[in-house]
Design a binder for this molecule. Structure first.
Ligand SMILES: Cc1cc2nc3c(=O)[nH]c(=O)nc-3n(C[C@H](O)[C@H](O)[C@H](O)COP(=O)(O)O)c2cc1C
Length: 393
């Protein structure tokens, strides 16, 4: 049997195979951010499709942490019953599901949150031009609390674990990065100080969910931004979380500041330019070449970084980013570079991907990284689906 179809463990959680559906913002919730039938159907299709673990798209821990609309917010107990429908449909169909929790920080959308986004420091986001407000110490503490309370609701809703989103330029990543965190207090400066926010979030979550509930992290191996989080620093953060008992680490990289480093592939020009002002079109033209240069797709583009982190920790490592080829997946696991294979875009195109792979020796993935799903979601707030013209194989 291929190693891909052997059972794996994350803490006490046994997974039926080594495939993970990486967190994917669905934009399938209602306008008031509640679970809809379309949302349930998406999780039903994924669970029926055989993937060992589904990680939900990011759920916001509070209202001012929101970046995109029609996404679940776990700031009130009334969401627990909605979310029980999600966990029930996945479990009924033999799957496991972990919820990702997030706060967007300076990457929040002021039109959605109706106030100025907050961040560790007042460093303008060059993508959205948002200049955030520096968080007060009390706000930092409240936000840590919001993560912990959100994790408690996730547990009550029957999820199999929780994943803290510490990657992709969102609030936790902003604290980790020396580029976006210029604070002079105990939350900024040395890497020990910059990781304090994440470490406190982890500790508070543990207090709420107890020692057995799986707590995972998705972290940048590197920000690829001048002054941002480096691989050496990411290793230190992972080692610290490992010591504290994190149950798995998903290794990603990049922030939107560098373009499409996280979600590499094509940049669909029509979607990039759609509904842009004259000023924005000029700016896009100026930076287009550099954005394209950094978005060039290569197979398993964060696997080497995952392997470096794996050598330093005991927690299982989940590799994500451009993994498409069955031989590469098997080699990543057999050679001990990673313990789980996580994918996002291929599951948008083929929710039944794992069943297809189990039946077939041939690689069934026909996702070409055209990134129409990415741009429809990020730039135009359209729901998760494959927007490529030909239908999936
Ligand atoms: C439409 C879309 C939505 C995404 N939403 C999230 C998200 O909510 N949280 C997250 O950590 N990553 C998110 N990502 C990033 C993916 O989880 C993954 O890290 C990235 O796409 C690289 O994996 P892939 O090459 O298999 O697509 C999203 C990516 C896409 C294309």
């Amino acid at each position: 049997m291929s190693i891909l179809f052997k059972k794996g463990k994350i803490g006490n959680l046994t997974l039926k195979n080594r495939f993970v559906r990486s967190a994917t913002a669905e934009l399938l919730a209602s306008d008031d951010c509640r679970v809809t039938d379309q949302y349930i159907n998406a999780f039903s299709r994924l669970a029926k499709g055989g993937v060992g673990l589904i990680i939900t798209g990011n759920y916001y821990v509070n209202n001012i942490g929101r970046s995109i609309p029609r996404t679940i917010i776990v700031d009130k107990d009334e969401i627990i019953n909605d979310l029980k429908r999600v966990t029930a449909v996945v479990h009924e169909n033999g799957g496991k599901v972990i919820a990702q929790i997030n706060h967007g920080g300076r990457q929040c959308n002021p039109e959605i949150i109706k106030e100025t986004p907050v961040a560790p420091s007042q460093v303008r986001d060059p993508v959205s031009f948002v200049k955030p407000r520096e968080m007060l110490e009390i706000e930092i503490e409240d936000t840590i609390n919001d993560f912990a309370k959100a994790a408690g609701r996730i547990k009550k809703a029957g999820f199999d674990g929780v994943q803290v989103h510490a990657a992709h330029g969102y609030l936790v990543n902003q604290f980790l990065s020396g580029h976006t965190n210029r604070r002079k207090d105990k939350w900024g400066g040395s890497i020990d100080n910059r990781m304090r926010f994440l470490v406190e979030i982890y500790k508070e979550i543990r207090l709420v969910v107890g020692p057995e509930f799986p707590v995972l992290i998705k972290i940048n191996s590197e920000d690829f931004v001048s002054g941002g989080l480096t691989l050496n620093e990411a290793v230190l953060v992972c080692k610290k979380l490992d010591e504290l008992g994190i149950n798995a680490i998903e290794v990603s990289g990049g922030t939107p500041e560098k373009g499409m480093v996280t979600i590499r592939g094509d940049i669909p020009r029509d979607l990039l330019m759609r509904n842009r002002s004259f000023f924005e079109r000029i700016l896009i033209r100026l930076f287009e070449k550099s954005i394209r240069k950094h978005s060039l797709f290569e197979e398993a583009y964060f696997l080497q970084q995952a392997a470096i982190i794996k050598k330093e920790v005991t927690a299982p490592i989940i590799t994500v980013g451009g993994i498409r080829n069955r031989a590469v997946m098997e080699d990543a696991l057999n050679s001990g570079k990673a313990d789980f294979i996580s994918m996002c875009r291929p599951f948008i195109r083929h929710p039944n991907l794992v069943n297809l792979m189990e039946k077939n020796e041939k690689n069934p993935i026909t996702c070409t990284n055209c990134n129409r799903c990415t741009f429809e979601m990020v730039a135009h707030h359209n729901p998760m689906k494959c927007y490529k013209s030909e239908s999936p194989a």
